[in-house]
Design a binder for this molecule. Structure first.
Ligand code: HEM
Length: 128
């Protein structure tokens, strides 16, 4: 059998879902969902969306075991002073799951992404 681990990305969730292009498409839909949500859209009025998407693609790729390193702000700094509530956080996670599912990402992988990103809640909710 071919050893897929030699390229450093074999068997990763990143590879399983289709790598960078697939994750970029997920992140695109994710922010379309977020910006269409009246409870969330106001948070992003002054945001550089290209930068935000680029960094979110990096972060999701990294937690999926891809050959990509997140180089944005520390999440506590990026969300500092924004007054983000636990309910807001939950809605963002729901939109992310919907975007993953719309791309037919298998449930076990969705679960791992949600666990990894859900663990950032304390850095994002009420960060000041
Ligand atoms: C799973 C939860 C979340 C993750 C993984 C996440 C991740 C990120 C990342 C990677 C960035 C980019 C940082 C940079 O460019 O340096 C960012 C920025 C941002 N996030 Fe989140 N985020 C989450 C939840 C939320 C929630 C719940 C809100 C508000 C409802 C929010 C609002 C924002 C805003 C407004 C920015 C842009 C800040 C700016 O304009 O510079 N995020 N987030």
């Amino acid at each position: 059998m071919v050893d897929q681990t030699q390229d450093g990305i074999g068997d990763s969730d990143y590879q399983a879902v289709g790598g960078g292009p697939a994750i970029a498409s997920v992140v695109d839909l994710f922010y379309r969902n977020v910006l269409a949500d009246p409870q969330l859209s106001g948070y992003f009025v002054d945001t550089d969306l290209a930068r935000l998407k680029r960094h979110q693609v990096q972060l999701v790729s990294q937690v999926m075991g891809g050959p990509v390193t997140y180089d944005g702000l520390a999440l506590a700094d990026a969300h500092k002073g924004r007054g983000i509530t636990p309910e807001d956080f939950g809605r963002v996670v729901v939109h992310l799951v919907a975007a993953l599912e719309a791309h037919n990402v298998p449930a076990d992988i969705v679960g791992r992404v949600v666990t990894a990103l859900g663990a950032t809640q304390d850095d994002i909710v009420g960060a000041h």
